[in-house]
Ligand binder design. Structure first.
Ligand code: DQA
Length: 153
C-alpha cells in the first residue's frame, strides 16, 4: 500500500552525529543515527509526512542544505528537526539560515546541554525554535516528530 505524503519535514544532524552509537555512548547513548533516521522515517510516513534526512560535519554545507530545502526550493519543507551538534554553540550562520527559511523548527540534543560544560548552555538557535528538547537521548527526536505530526496535519 502506498501512503500519500503531503507534508515534508527535514531532519538535520550536525558534526560528529554520524558517530552516534560509538561516540561517547555514556553521554549520547548506543543508538545509531541510521536507527534514528529509520525510526523517524516510518513514524513520519505513517502520518503522511515525508522525512528528508541530512547529516554533515560542515557548517557551510548545513547552511546550503537549509537554503535548498527552504527558500530555494519550489516545494519547501514544512518544518525542521535539527541537532546542530557543536554548531549549536557557535553558529550565527545556521541561525540566520533557519530564520531566513521561516518554517517552524525544533532543536534537539541527546544530552542535557545545561548540565555539562558551561559553554554548552548557550544556543544560537533556541530563541528562534518552536521548542527545544534536550537530555532525553534519542527519544527527543521522536518527540519532535510527534509535535510535527500533531501540528502539520
Ligand atoms: C549535542 C550537544 C552538543 O553540545 C555537542 O557538541 C554535540 C551533541 C547533543 O546532542 O547532546 O555534538 O548536540
Amino acid at each position: 500500500m502506498t501512503i500519500q505524503t503531503t507534508k515534508k519535514v527535514a531532519l538535520i544532524n550536525g558534526p560528529n552525529l554520524h558517530l552516534l552509537g560509538i561516540r561517547e555512548p555514556e553521554i549520547y547513548g548506543s543508538v545509531t543515527l541510521t536507527d534514528i533516521t529509520n525510526r523517524l522515517t516510518s513514524q513520519a510516513i505513517s502520518h503522511g509526512i515525508e522525512l528528508i534526512a541530512y547529516q554533515s560535519n560542515h557548517e557551510g554545507a548545513i547552511v546550503d542544505f537549509i537554503g535548498e530545502c527552504g527558500l530555494l526550493s519550489s516545494d519547501p519543507v514544512d518544518g525542521v528537526i535539527i541537532n546542530p551538534g557543536a554548531y549549536t554553540h557557535t553558529s550565527v550562520a545556521i541561525r540566520d539560515a533557519l530564520s531566513a527559511m521561516d518554517k517552524p523548527f525544533i532543536e534537539v540534543h541527546l544530552s542535557n546541554i545545561h548540565s555539562r560544560e558551561p559553554f554548552r548552555s548557550h544556543s544560537y538557535l533556541s530563541d528562534k525554535a518552536v521548542g527545544v528538547i534536550c537530555g532525553l537521548g534519542d527519544m527527543g527526536y521522536t518527540m519532535a516528530m510527534d509535535w510535527f505530526i500533531k501540528h502539520l496535519n
